[in-house]
Structures are given as C-alpha cells and as structure tokens.
Design a protein around this ligand. Structure first.
Ligand SMILES: Nc1nc2c(c(=O)[nH]1)N[C@H]1C(S)=C(S)[C@@H](COP(=O)(O)OP(=O)(O)OC[C@H]3O[C@@H](n4cnc5c(=O)[nH]c(N)nc54)[C@H](O)[C@@H]3O)O[C@H]1N2
Ligand SMILES: Nc1nc2c(c(=O)[nH]1)N[C@H]1C(S)=C(S)[C@@H](COP(=O)(O)OP(=O)(O)OC[C@H]3O[C@@H](n4cnc5c(=O)[nH]c(N)nc54)[C@H](O)[C@@H]3O)O[C@H]1N2
Ligand code: SF4
Ligand SMILES: [Mo]
Length: 709
C-alpha cells in the first residue's frame, strides 16, 4: 500500500494466455531437465519446468527459463544462401539450388582428391535421430573417414577414459547417487553455473543428509564455496593428486580388496606405480599440502559409498584421458562402481553429447560399435544394405586433427553442422586461415550471421530445438523426448530433413527410403541397439513422455537401468575393469618471463558457448555483457591495474581486450576468462592435445597482461 501511495509501480507479471503446453526436454545442457513450452497462436511465448520430472522436479535454470526467446530471436535463418564465386557475397537461394551446389561440390572434391578430402564436423546439440541419420549418410554414403564433432572439444577424454577403464563409453552412475552417497568429490566442475539444476539436486541432498563435499578446482567457484574442503590445485596436475589419493588408500588398507580382486586386472602394476606418488611428492607438484591429501583420501576411502564427478577441468587437459582413468582407478580400488551412491560420473556438457557418442557413428559405428571390429562392420553393413568393405577399418581424424589436415592441403571441403569453431576452437586466428583455405565450406546453423557461417560458401538454415521432434540423452543416460512445439521460421528444415534431402541430391536416397522421419530413424536405433550396452529396444516415444525419460540400457520389456555395472561385469572381453598405472607428463605451456600468467578459461551461468543463443537474449546478455578477466588482487595491485580497467591479454597466438576484475577467486599467477566471446579466450589459447582423446587443453596456456592506457 505504502509503495502505491508513493506512486511507484508494483511489478506486474503479464498474464500469458497459453493455448497449449508441450512437454519436451531442455536444449541447453546435459542435465536433461523436463521443460514445457507454452504456445500461443503458433508461437512459443513461455516455458515452465515439468512438475515431478525425475530430473529437475519442476525447476529450471536461468537459461532454461528464457529458452523460448532463443527460438524467437530476430535473426533466425529462414532461407538457404549461396556465395557466387570464391568471394562474392552470400545471397539468398532456393533449397534446390543450395543442395545441388553442395552435392556437386562434395562429389567434385571427393572424385578429384579422394573420399577423405571432404570433412564432416558435427556437434552434441542435434537429436539422436539426426545423429543416426547423419552417420548413415556419412559412413554408408559419402564414405569419408574424416568425420567428427565438437564433442572432441568436450567429452572425448571422458569417452576415452571410460573405454580404457571399463571397456566401453557410458557413465555408470546417476543423479540418484547424490541422494545416497556418503562422500562427493568434484574435479574441475563448476556445477553451480554450468549444471545449475544438478547443483540444486546436490544441495537438496545435503539439506536432507550431510555428507562431506570436496572440490578440486584452481578457482574458488560457487561449488568450491559450498565444499567442506576445497583443494585449489595447480592447473593440469590432477593425475598426480589422484595417484596420491590412491597411494594413501592402499598404504592405509582402505581399499576394497574383494571388489578389486573379483572385478579388475592390473592391480599390482597399479599399486607399484602409485607407491611412488606419496602425498609429500604430490604436494610439490599439485600445491596441495600432504596432510590435506591424506585427510581427503581417508574421507573418500572410509565412506561406505563415495562418488566422484568431473567436467572440463579434467577433460580439457593434455592428460584428460589419464585424469578420467585415474578417477576410475580410485573408484575401482574402493568398489565404488555400479552401487548406489558409489560412482565415477562424468558430468556431460551439451544437451546431446551422449546421443552423438551412442549413434552418430562419428568415431565408429552406431550402438557403441567400432570400425576396428570386423564383426561390428559386417553387422552394420548388413543392417544398412551397404558393402562392408566400404567402411574404413579404423577411425579417421578427430576434429582437432581435421583442421591441421586442411592446413596441410589434405582436406579441401568441410561441412560444419551445429558448431561454431571460429569461436570455440583454440587459436581462432589460425582457424580463420584454415577455413579460408577450403575450396568449399558448408555451414548448417539456426542463426545467421555467425562467426563461422559468415565464411561459408553455402549456408543451410536448420530448425532448432522445439521446432522438430526427437530425443536427447543426458548425463545419467536418460533418453528424453524433445517435441515439436512450433514451426521453424521461413524455409528452415530440420537437420534430419536436410540430411535426407542432401542424400537424395547426391543419389544416395536409397539409405533413406520413403519419407524419412524421426520415428523411422528411432525405429532403426531401437533395432540396431538391441543387445548392446546402449540398448534402446524397449523405449518408445510414448513411454518417454509418460515417464520423463528412460535410462538406457532399456531392453524390450524393461523401463531402463539406473546404474551400469551393478553386476560387476565390465565391457572388456574378460568382463573385468582395468586398473591403469599412470605417469605424470608435464607438457603444458608454462608461464615464463614474457608470458607470466597461466590462463584458465570456462563458463558463466548466463551464457551458452559462443553466445549464438544467449547473446541474443536480453535478459541473459545484459547480466554478462562484456568480456572480463579475473586476476588476483595482489597481481593487479603489483601491475597497477584497477578494478574494471580494460587490459590487454596477450599470448603467443593473439590478443584480446577484457575488463579486469581483481578478486580472490583466482590465486596469484593465474587468470580466468570466460570463453563465450568471439574476441576473447580462443584468440589466446594454444590447445595442446591429449594423446589419447585428441581433446585440447583449453584450460592452460601462458599469457601476459598489459594496461591499455
Ligand atoms: N552456463 C553454461 N552452462 C553450460 C555450458 C555453457 O556454455 N554455459 N556448457 C555446457 C558444456 S558443453 C559443458 S562441457 C559444461 C562444462 O562445465 P564445467 O566443466 O563445469 O565448466 P568450465 O567452466 O568449463 O570448467 C570447470 C572448472 O574447471 C576448472 N579447472 C581449470 N583447470 C583445472 C585443472 O587443471 N584441474 C581442475 N581440477 N579443475 C580445473 C575451472 O577453474 C572451472 O571452474 O557446461 C555445460 N553447461
Ligand atoms: N577456451 C575454451 N574453449 C572451449 C571450451 C572452454 O572451456 N574453453 N569449451 C569447449 C566445449 S566443452 C564445447 S562443447 C565447445 C562448444 O563450442 P560450439 O559447438 O562451437 O558452441 P555453440 O555456440 O554451442 O555452437 C553450436 C552452434 O549450433 C547452432 N545450433 C543450435 N541448435 C542447432 C540445431 O538444432 N541445428 C543446427 N544445425 N544448428 C544448431 C548454434 O546456433 C551454434 O552456432 O566449445 C569448446 N571451446
Ligand atoms: S540445468 Fe541445463 S537442462 Fe536444466 S534448465 Fe538449465 S540449461 Fe536446461
Ligand atoms: Mo562441452
């Protein structure tokens, strides 16, 4: 009343008349929240979290709440475009013309330079049905082996580590483990900003029942502030810490011998290796006091059930795959795999980073099959009706090796689908030069313009999330239904329709007989996955809608499986997991006199990756509008830099300007900047590659900081 009397306006929430609420799954991160799109007169005008959904229980994070605005952004791409000649402007074209030009150029390049001279670079953000369709086209039709996706920037180390330890990809645990664990240790995960609804699940679990939380991160994130123990590790040294934790567990007899004996091989070699990694030795490398390492090892080792989670702080490293294997080692020696509250759970990134791993054929063949396995090749050849000798006998180049191959002149054409390497790859000045060398670049995206799209010879406009039907798989292997709520803008087509149309334009229509739909692709997925670890044969769209998703494996007649390996049987031929001895290789770019700071890069809660979505949403962009760099207050004072002063970040690759935030969140000698801005982190990054996963070390490179005035 008082406020009204003073004449101020109370906040009014506009009443939205919604015609229909359409149940779907969030299209941002891999948490996989159930979300409903409110539709009015054929437009998406609102969203709400799905009440009682097994993942989010009605909650959504900031990005989810504004998701309908991403659909309605003004510069959604509504028609194909073509560039006449090598450097003419992009002009509007018909689908027939754009597809004919693409098909013609793909054929010309493959006939002239060989099948592998065409590269296909995809994503973790289209539907599983679309991934399957693309894989069938690329592996069964185009036949290039240089086919990969941005998951190499993201999950490749987790995939590689899981394969080495357990014999297959596939996160063994689930979110319910938060409610059952007696100890949580998080490595390089900014859960509160990157998976906010998982953070809420964790907090709710802690409110009901206290258990120790340990966070390993060089930066004081919000998750670190929640932790009982925060270990501000020296970047890139997690393998040493993990070996030291195992060292203490074995030295003090806290291992689960019965489990290790029954379900693993390699114990002796492993024990011999970690015996050298004493806490005192590890302290010298990681910067974590030996006493702290012992304390954490005891908490983890004595817990009845302990879980480890990790994200990019582990994966994006020159030894990301080893980091993952080291986390798995720790879980295996303590029997923390496949049991409630005991798991080694990679927190996935993109909404469907899992779907591409399962069915896109990017690093193999569908259903976690491998090109290297002759039986797998012939199964899929028979299923698709193609000659099995058409398949390569080993995997081709990863995304991070495809770009240098263009530089060397080995690859002449590239098809980029739902990824924006001009902002997300390391050393973007070099990426620009590389893309400029291509004879033909096709970009398939939902917005125009974009940093990569601007360089295309042909641009294909795609329908986005909630404009098409299909499925995503989340971090806990839960397949979620994404439903079409609204029509795409203009002439934009679903990625699935684009793949099928291009196949027809290339004379490969036999791969997609009749009218190719998401349902048809899903039927093939169900069939081809029968009996595999990622078994979908018992899943239907109806059940997915009714249950809020189903966790694979879900053989016919079942309704999913919360945890893998509950029977102690792993996917290596002998059914046992591997304990892997790991050495530490110190091969990062190190700060020196000319470049004295170590640059760490990552995310903020408001933005999604290269900001193609969130940069267009005022309510998100306004909260995080500029590129900033966090620097320790003492370093800032020493350099005479004031809060909010613009500074220049300079690496051996390039330069960026950012607003400086002096803070205690980062320690002396290190700086942090978000990677979302095209003019920021990746102009500086080096991106040395992990030898197993080929994932770039986005989180470590050397820079110097200069005042601009
Ligand atoms: N808001 C938002 N959410 C997202 C995304 C987004 O763009 N925006 N992207 C999604 C995707 S695809 C992904 S992959 C995830 C990523 O999710 P996260 O991996 O949680 O996010 P990042 O900020 O990249 O990095 C996490 C942490 O790693 C720490 N780190 C750096 N170096 C090291 C190290 O050497 N050791 C350890 N232990 N930690 C280190 C960083 O300080 C940082 O706090 O987020 C998903 N969710
Ligand atoms: N320095 C640094 N660099 C990093 C990282 C880091 O931590 N630090 N993280 C890395 C990680 S983990 C990731 S996952 C990558 C992400 O890097 P990118 O994959 O490049 O990021 P996005 O901006 O999500 O790009 C997705 C593109 O697909 C488009 N799109 C969205 N939906 C659809 C659709 O349905 N169909 C089509 N055809 N297009 C669509 C979007 O408009 C956008 O252009 O960045 C990596 N780069
Ligand atoms: S936590 Fe992830 S899945 Fe859930 S609403 Fe936020 S962005 Fe979407
Ligand atoms: Mo990612």
């Amino acid at each position: 009343m008082l406020l009204r009397e003073k004449g101020s306006k109370p906040i009014a929430i506009p009443r939205k008349e919604i015609d229909r609420w359409i149940y779907t799954t969030c299209g941002y991160c891999s948490t996989g929240c159930g979300i409903e799109v409110g539709v009015k007169d054929g437009r998406a005008v609102s969203v709400r979290g799905t009440a009682d959904h097994p993942v989010n229980r009605g909650k959504l994070c900031l990005k989810g709440i504004h998701e309908f605005e991403a659909i309605n952004a003004p510069d959604r791409a509504g028609h194909p475009m073509i560039r006449d000649g090598a450097d003419g402007p992009l002009r509007r074209a018909s689908w027939d013309e754009a597809l004919a030009r693409t098909a013609g150029e793909f054929k010309r390049i493959q006939e002239r330079y060989g099948r592998d001279a065409l590269a296909v670079v995809s994503t973790g953000q289209i539907y599983t049905e679309e991934f399957y369709t693309l894989g069938k086209l690329v592996r069964g039709g185009l036949g290039t082996n240089n086919y990969d996706g941005n998951t190499t920037l993201c999950m490749a180390s987790a995939v590689s580590g899981y394969k080495r330890s357990f014999g297959s990809d596939g996160p063994p645990g689930c979110y319910d483990d938060f409610d059952r664990t007696e100890c949580l240790i998080a490595f390089g995960s900014n859960l509160s900003e990157c998976h906010p609804v998982l953070y809420y699940r964790l907090k709710t679990a802690l409110e009901r029942r206290r258990f120790p939380v340990i966070v390993v991160d060089p930066r004081v994130t919000m998750l670190a502030q929640l932790a009982d123990i925060h270990l501000p590790i020296r970047p890139g040294t997690d393998v040493v810490l993990l070996n030291a934790l195992a060292n203490v567990i074995l030295a003090e007899g806290m291992e689960d011998q019965a489990f290790a004996l029954a379900h693993t091989t390699g114990f002796e070699d492993f024990a011999r290796t970690v015996s050298r990694f004493t806490p005192e030795y590890a302290e010298g490398i990681t910067g974590i006091p030996a006493g702290r390492i012992r304390e954490v090892a005891r908490i983890y080792g004595r817990a009845g059930a302990a879980m480890a989670i990790w994200t990019m702080g582990i994966n994006q490293s020159t030894h990301g795959s080893d980091g993952v294997a080291a986390i798995n080692n720790l879980a295996l020696i303590t029997g923390n795999v496949g049991k409630p509250g005991g798991s080694s759970l990679s927190i996935t990134g993109q909404c469907n980073a899992m779907g591409t791993r399962e069915f896109s054929s990017a690093s193999g063949l569908p259903g976690y099959r491998q090109l290297e396995n002759p039986a797998h090749r012939s199964e899929i050849a028979r299923f698709w009706g193609v000659d099995e000798t058409f398949f390569p006998e080993k995997r081709g180049l990863a995304m991070t090796d495809i770009f240098p191959a263009v530089e060397r002149g080995e690859i002449k054409g590239m098809w980029v689908i739902a990824t924006n390497p001009m902002t997300s790859m390391p050393d973007t000045d070099r990426v620009r030069e590389i893309l400029g060398k291509l004879e033909f670049l096709v970009v398939q995206d939902v917005y125009f313009p974009g940093e990569t799209a601007a360089l295309a010879h042909v641009f294909l406009p795609a329908a986005m999330w909630a404009e098409k039907t299909g499925t995503f798989t989340n971090t806990e292997r839960r397949v979620g239904l994404v439903r079409k709520a609204v029509e795409p803008p203009g002439e934009a087509k679903s990625d699935l329709d684009i793949f099928a149309a291009l196949a027809r334009a290339m004379g490969l229509g036999r791969l997609f007989p009749g009218e190719w739909t998401a349902e048809k692709a899903f039927d093939e997925i169900r069939e081809v996955s029968r009996g595999r670890l990622c078994d979908y044969s018992g899943i239907t769209y109806e059940e997915l809608a009714a249950r809020g998703g189903i966790q694979w494996p879900s053989p016919s007649g079942s309704h999913g499986t919360p945890r893998l390996y509950a029977d102690g049987l792993f996917q290596h031929a002998d059914g046992k997991a591997r304990l892997i001895p790991l050495e530490f290789v110190d091969d990062n770019e190190r700060p020196d006199e000319s470049y004295p700071f170590l640059l760490n890069t990552g995310r903020v809660i408001e933005h999604w990756h290269t900001r193609t979505k969130t940069g267009r949403i005022g309510n998100l962009d306004k909260f995080s509008p500029v590129l900033y760099v966090e620097m320790n207050g003492r370093d800032a004072a020493r350099l005479g830099i004031e809060a909010m002063e613009t500074v220049r970040l300079i690496s051996r690759r390039g330069e960026a300007e950012a607003v400086c935030l002096p803070t205690e969140r980062v320690g002396p000698g290190s700086v942090f900047t978000p990677f979302h801005f095209a003019w920021g982190a990746n102009k500086l990054s080096l991106g040395l590659l992990d030898p197993h996963s080929r994932q770039p070390a986005f989180k470590q490179c050397a820079v110097r900081i200069e005042k601009t005035r």
